[in-house]
Design a protein around this ligand. Structure first.
Ligand SMILES: O=C(O)CCC(=O)C(=O)O
Ligand SMILES: [Fe+2]
Length: 207
C-alpha cells in the first residue's frame, strides 16, 4: 500500500516538474547614472540594420545592431560576418564590471537597438561555434521594458520575464543547448530599448 502511494506521488511530481532554465536575474544591476552614461554613449554607436538570408530571400533585420570586441573576436551571426569594432568607453567598463562581479571572460558584445515595440528578435539559441565552450552570456537591458521569452526545446515549457532598464540576465552554460529565447513584438511599447549581450568567443576562430 505504502509502496503504491510512493509510486503515485513520484509520478505526480514527474508530471508537474517543469524544466528550469539555468539563468541568474539581477534586477537593477546598473544604477541610474550608469544607465544614463551607457544610453548617451549608445546614441553615437555605428548601428546598422543588415540584411540576412531567410529561406533564400534577403530581409533587413527588425532592429539595429553593432558588434564590439577584442582583436580576433569577429562574429559570424545569421550568415553575416561581422568584424569586431573597438570597445567604446562605457561598454568596456561594463565588461570589466561583469568580469569582476561574475568571473566572466567576456571578449565581445552584441548591442541591439529596438526603436520601439515593432522591433523584435525571433526565436533562437546563441549557439554559434565560435562561442567558447562552457561560457555564460550576460544580457543587460536599457530603456524600455520588454518581455523576454524562454522556450524549452524538448517540452512545452515557456517562461516570460519582463526585463527592465538596468536589469542583468545571465544565461549560464549550457542553456543554449536546451532552450530557445526571443524578444517578441509589443506594439504598445513606443520607447527605444538597448540590449547588450556580452559573450566570450574563441579568439581567432575566423582566421
Ligand atoms: O534583446 C534581447 O534581450 C535579446 C538579444 C538576444 O537574444 C541576442 O542578442 O542574441
Ligand atoms: Fe540571443
Amino acid at each position: 500500500m505504502c509502496k503504491q502511494v510512493d509510486d503515485i506521488a513520484l509520478l505526480a511530481a514527474k508530471l508537474t516538474m517543469q524544466p528550469k532554465p539555468p539563468i541568474t536575474l539581477v534586477r537593477g544591476y546598473l544604477n541610474t547614472e550608469q544607465q544614463a552614461a551607457l544610453i548617451k554613449e549608445a546614441q553615437a554607436y555605428p548601428l546598422s540594420r543588415p540584411e540576412i538570408q531567410v529561406f533564400g530571400k534577403f530581409h533587413a533585420i527588425p532592429r539595429q545592431q553593432v558588434w564590439f570586441g577584442d582583436v580576433g573576436c569577429d562574429y559570424l551571426y545569421s550568415g553575416l560576418f561581422i568584424r569586431a569594432l573597438p570597445w567604446p568607453k562605457y561598454a568596456n567598463k561594463l565588461r570589466h564590471k561583469l568580469a569582476k562581479d561574475f568571473g566572466l571572460g567576456i571578449n565581445g558584445v552584441l548591442v541591439n537597438c529596438y526603436a520601439d515595440g515593432k522591433d523584435c528578435m525571433g526565436t533562437h539559441s546563441d549557439d554559434e561555434p565560435e562561442i567558447a565552450k562552457g561560457s555564460d552570456i550576460a544580457s543587460i537591458t536599457l530603456g524600455a521594458s520588454r518581455d523576454f521569452v524562454l522556450k524549452h526545446k524538448h517540452s512545452q515549457t515557456k517562461y516570460s520575464i519582463s526585463l527592465q532598464s538596468g536589469d542583468l540576465l545571465i544565461m549560464h552554460w549550457p542553456m543554449q543547448k536546451d532552450w530557445l529565447h526571443s524578444l517578441p513584438k509589443r506594439l504598445k511599447v513606443k520607447e527605444p530599448r538597448w540590449n547588450y549581450t556580452f559573450r566570450q568567443l574563441i579568439v581567432n576562430f575566423h582566421r
